[in-house]
Ligand binder design. Structure first.
Ligand SMILES: CC(C)(COP(=O)(O)OP(=O)(O)OC[C@H]1O[C@@H](n2cnc3c(N)ncnc32)[C@H](O)[C@@H]1OP(=O)(O)O)[C@@H](O)C(=O)NCCC(=O)NCCS
Length: 186
């Protein structure tokens, strides 16, 4: 079927439309109100890891951000007796605060939208939150072999602070990376 030129122009997004991010970030209340099981199933392959992260997500001390399609309902807008679902979310960052440091425990982006800025936006959001919360640093452990994630963290100011030999069950080594929030230029 041939689509008349005028009709095609009216359904195709313009340049500004292509550039506009098609997701938004949201901090969600940990431990209640938001169902993240479907998102974890999508993002974390290993069932044991999934269970471990699900327990952490249920922890009220956790800090959780999700990236959602821009046109979806709010993940955190819950009504009494009703659990919101974050299905459709494309990224998740889970962190905990200890000793004035925000520790990122999980960062994952749906394979279908990787390389589109979601991971960077989530980490950036967590750093900004940590600055507002007057924390000293943001840190995380990353597989030594995960060049992609390390490049992302380095682009946001993280530096390698230590090595953790045999950190993962398969014997892989972790790199502890941290970004200091102390004495940031204003
Ligand atoms: C690592 C991960 C979170 C990155 O998220 P993402 O949304 O794809 O990353 P972004 O699009 O925000 O890219 C940010 C930076 O990451 C790096 N990056 C992204 N895609 C890359 C690729 N294919 N190769 C190398 N570096 C890449 C680049 O430094 C990029 O910056 P640039 O766009 O200026 O070049 C995502 O790939 C993922 O979920 N991977 C599986 C889980 C994982 O490894 N989590 C991290 C554990 S610590």
């Amino acid at each position: 079927m041939t689509v008349p030129a005028g009709e095609a122009a009216s359904v195709r997004p313009g340049a500004a439309e292509w550039r506009r991010p098609s997701w938004r970030l949201e901090r969600v209340p940990a431990g209640g109100g938001v169902e993240l099981t479907a998102l974890l199933r999508d993002l974390v392959e290993d069932p044991a890891h999934r269970r471990a992260f699900a327990e952490r997500l249920a922890n009220h001390d956790s800090e959780v951000w999700v990236a959602l399609p821009a046109d979806s309902d709010s993940a955190s807008r819950s009504q009494p007796g009703c659990t919101r679902t974050s299905s459709g979310a494309v990224g998740l960052l889970l962190a905990e605060t200890a000793c004035a440091r925000l520790q990122i425990l999980l960062l994952a982006v749906s394979a279908r939208v990787r390389g589109m800025g979601v991971g960077r936006a989530l980490v950036r959001e967590a750093i900004l939150w940590a600055i507002d919360a007057d924390l000293d640093a943001v840190e995380l452990e990353v597989r030594e072999s995960n060049d992609r994630a390390q490049a992302l963290y380095e682009s946001l100011g993280f530096v390698a602070a230590a090595l953790r030999p045999r950190y993962y069950p398969d014997g892989d080594q972790a790199v502890l990376m941290a970004v200091s929030l102390v004495d940031l230029p204003v």
